[in-house]
Write a protein that binds this ligand. Structure first.
Ligand SMILES: [Zn+2]
Length: 98
C-alpha cells in the first residue's frame, strides 16, 4: 500500500468515527444556549442547521430535554453565559491548535 492509499483509508476511518461517535454534534452547552436564544449568528446557524436541517436524532432529543427542563426549572442566565463562553473558548482553542 503506498502513502496515498494509506491516507485515503485513514480518511475513511476518520469519517466513520465522526459519524459513529457523533463528534460533529454541538456540545450540550451550545444546544442549551441555542434553545435559550443566547447564541450569535455563527454558532447559532451551525446548531440550527444541525438540529433543524440535518435533523440529528440525538441532538433533537437533547433539545427536547432542554426545553422540557426549562419549563419546570429555568436555567439561571449567568450559568448559561458561562457555559457558552467555555464551550466557545474550547472550540476556538481547538481550531488554533491545528
Ligand atoms: Zn447531533
Amino acid at each position: 500500500m503506498d502513502r496515498e492509499q494509506r491516507d485515503l483509508v485513514l480518511e475513511q476511518d476518520v469519517g466513520l468515527i465522526w459519524r459513529e461517535e457523533r463528534v460533529s454534534c454541538p456540545h450540550e452547552d451550545l444546544l442549551r444556549a441555542w434553545v435559550e436564544g443566547g447564541l450569535e449568528a455563527g454558532p447559532g446557524g451551525f446548531v440550527a442547521f444541525h438540529v433543524e436541517t440535518a435533523r440529528c436524532p440525538w441532538c433533537s432529543v437533547k433539545v427536547q430535554e432542554i426545553r422540557e427542563a426549562r419549563e419546570g426549572r429555568p436555567v439561571p442566565e449567568k450559568a448559561v453565559e458561562k457555559a457558552t463562553e467555555k464551550a466557545l473558548r474550547s472550540t476556538f482553542l481547538g481550531l488554533r491548535r491545528k
